[in-house]
Design a protein around this ligand. Structure first.
Ligand SMILES: [Zn+2]
Length: 136
């Protein structure tokens, strides 16, 4: 991989349903069958009760900004063309927190607590990444 290429996720047995979901235009989160709590990132065992039984449930795709930073210096050469960009922690309605970027607004408009919604960006034949934008 050339240093100018962005690293892409490599789906595993545990994460494949998640990436199949983004490719289909939906976020899916695992929900434990025993304690009913959502979890993210995808994993075999529930971090709350250690049950191995879970279902993949579609997300509303909506959340709020928990925190964010504006990156003026790229993490690597692969991200140089993107700067400046926002890296944010998003609290989803399902109760999970994930990291993503926020697009579709001025960088200075991003605020903690801002409602956001997911959108999808196909980047290869198999991988579609997720981003967020201000919710309507
Ligand atoms: Zn559980």
């Amino acid at each position: 991989m050339a240093t100018s290429e962005k690293p892409l996720p490599i789906p595993s047995q545990e994460t494949l349903p998640f990436w199949e979901g983004t490719k289909a235009g939906e976020l899916f989160f695992q929900r434990c069958r025993a304690c009913r709590r959502f979890r993210f990132y995808p994993r075999a065992l529930c971090p709350y009760c250690l049950s191995g039984e879970a279902d993949w449930v579609p997300s509303t795709g909506r959340g709020t900004v928990y925190s964010f930073t504006i990156c003026h210096r790229p993490a690597s050469e692969a991200f140089a063309a993107m700067v400046p960009y926002v890296v944010a922690l998003i609290d989803m309605e399902e109760g999970v927190r994930l990291m993503s970027t926020i697009v579709g607004c001025e960088l200075e408009a991003v605020r903690i607590g801002m409602p956001v919604e997911v959108l999808f960006e196909p980047v290869s034949d198999t991988i579609t990444l997720y981003q967020f934008r201000p919710a309507n």
